[in-house]
Each structure stands twice: as C-alpha cells, then as structure tokens.
Design a protein around this ligand. Structure first.
Ligand SMILES: N[C@@H](CCC(=O)N[C@@H](CS)C(=O)NCC(=O)O)C(=O)O
Length: 215
C-alpha cells in the first residue's frame, strides 16, 4: 500500500482527509500519532517540523504531503477514485477551492480557536480572541444558511473537496456555537453530510475518543 496518513481519529482536519479517502475508495494505512506521547511527538516533528496533522506519505513517489487542502489536491491529481474531488475545468476548480477555503478559514479556524481556548491553562485564556471567533462564525453561518436554501452540496451538484472541508468544520462548530435550532438550511446540510457513508464512518471511528473533546 503506497499511502500512509499520519493522523488522529479525533482531529478535525484529519477528518477532512479521511472523508476524501473514503469517498475516493483509495486504500491507505492510518498511522495514529499520539501527540501526548513525547516519543511519538518527536518522531512526528522530525517528519514534519510544523507538527500538525494530517500528513500524507506516498511511498510510490516518496512524497510527503502536509496540509489538508494540499493533500486533497494531491489525491485528486495522483489517486483519482470514485468521485471527482476537484473539478477538472480550471474555473470550476478555482470556485471549488474557494468554497473549501471558506470552510477552512471562516468556520474551521474560528471553531478551533474556541476549542483551543478551552485547553489553555488557567490565566492564559483569550476571551477577546474567542469573541472574535464567535462573531466570525455568526457571519459564516448567515452565508451558509443563504447558500444552503437552494444547494445540496457546498459546490455544485456533486459532493466535492468543499464538502470534505465543510463536514468537520460544521460538526465541531455546532458543538461550540450551536446552529441547528437557528439555521435550518445549515442544519439540514450537516444532516446530509452525516448521512454520507464516508463521514458516518469517520464519526464512528472517532467515537471511542470523544471523551477527550474539551467540554
Ligand atoms: N492548516 C492545517 C491545519 C492542521 C491542524 O490544525 N491540525 C490540528 C489537528 S485538527 C493539529 O495537528 N493540532 C496539533 C497541534 O497543533 O499541536 C491543515 O489544513 O492541515
């Protein structure tokens, strides 16, 4: 098997790549990285000094591919499968990437800011940053709500890389800044994502680790 994914089953950006791999039906080996274990952490940092997962290694080309958006791009290019993650037409591809970036930058990042703050030690919290993140989520939810009034997926009529980005971002965002009672179109989109077998599988695999999520 040529692909190894360095990941953790609870990590939201890893979900994005796992969903893509399951959608493509591309075989890979999952390498669970426990960042709490100093040895595993040092090994992972030696591989990718930034120390953030997911990271993909393709033994067939001996390429190390970090960053979830770049991994999806790499999979679309070198391991095409059951679905087209990124459209071939350059204009459509750019629009699809814009939707993917929207979910990464304006839903996923503020959600991570709120979760990350819960993990900070007493006296090191950042209430101003958390408030900014909540304001950003409000704006993003309003945009998604408008879009999802007439759309099934994040970009175009088919499931794409943009939906791989949306699924973890919305799932976790709803835990820290719930929208299901206030944004019915967004809630229906999240339900469609959760009904997708790829995401359902990711959620089932994460289940044993959910107790680690900071309340
Ligand atoms: N821009 C990166 C973000 C990756 C990221 O934030 N990963 C988190 C897990 S979801 C991580 O590795 N956190 C561990 C840490 O920061 O020590 C991507 O898209 O892959």
């Amino acid at each position: 098997m040529s692909l190894t994914l360095y990941m953790h089953p609870l990590a939201s950006y890893c979900w994005k790549v796992l969903i893509a791999l399951y959608e493509l039906e591309t075989p890979f080996e999952a390498h669970l990285v426990d960042l709490g274990d100093p040895v595993a952490r040092a090994r992972f940092h030696a591989l990718w000094p930034i120390g953030k997962f997911p990271v993909l290694h393709d033994a067939a080309r001996d390429w190390l591919v970090p960053e979830s958006a770049i991994i999806l791009e790499y999979l679309a290019q070198h391991h095409p499968g059951r679905i087209e993650l990124v459209p071939r037409d350059p204009d459509r591809a750019r629009q699809c990437r814009l939707r993917e970036r929207f979910y990464d930058l304006y839903v996923h990042e503020p959600m991570q800011k709120i979760v990350g703050d819960r993990l900070r030690p007493e006296g090191a919290h950042d209430p101003f940053g958390v408030e900014q993140a909540r304001s950003q989520l409000k704006v993003s939810y309003a945009l998604i709500e408008r879009e999802m009034a007439s759309a099934t997926w994040a970009f175009g009529p088919e499931f794409s890389a943009a939906d791989c980005a949306a699924a973890p971002a919305l799932y976790y965002a709803n835990l820290v800044a719930p929208f299901v009672d206030t944004h019915p179109n967004t809630a229906a989109y999240l339900r469609r994502l959760q009904a997708r077998p790829s995401f359902a599988r990711v959620l089932a695999e994460a289940e044993p680790y959910f107790a680690m999520f900071p309340k």
